[in-house]
Design a protein. Structure first.
Length: 143
């Protein structure tokens, strides 16, 4: 399985529109080679370069196993990010260039967790149900 974006390449710069300095909407994502038997997808976007700990920007699960996640969309059930919202929160680093990991999971079942579940709860619910994973890394610095 692969994940890519028409907005930026792997290890490329995330355009301003998809950050807190722009309109702060999710970028378009393309998923290919979804495994047979995948019932849903889950996506976690986080920043391991944030001061003190990995900062979670987006948690979304029970995404239909299709090939596109549209720009500025809610493709599934959203979990709670570290901005304390159930929505996409774009890159907004305090300093320097940070890496943003778009981690996609193909799952063999629909997850029975509530909207607002956090990354930890999502990872626990996915345990034993991951068929494949893919990752896209984008970079962003403010000035």
């Amino acid at each position: 399985m692969t994940i890519s974006s028409t907005a930026f390449g792997h290890n490329g710069t995330i355009p301003r529109a998809y950050t807190c300095d722009g309109v702060d909407v999710n970028p378009p994502l393309t998923v290919k080679a979804i495994p047979v038997g995948a019932k849903t997808l889950a996506l976690i976007v986080d920043d391991p370069d944030a001061p003190g700990r990995t900062w979670v920007h987006w948690v979304v699960f029970n995404i239909p196993p299709e090939g596109e996640i549209a720009e500025n969309s809610v493709p599934g059930t959203q979990g709670r990010n570290d901005f304390r919202r159930t929505a996409y929160g774009g890159p907004c680093p305090p300093s320097g260039i940070h890496r943003y990991f778009f981690k996609l999971y193909a799952l063999d079942r629909r997850l029975d967790i509530a909207e607002g579940a956090d990354k930890r709860q999502l990872l626990a619910a996915m345990k034993g149900h991951v068929l494949d994973t893919a990752e896209l890394v984008g970079l962003y610095g403010r000035g």
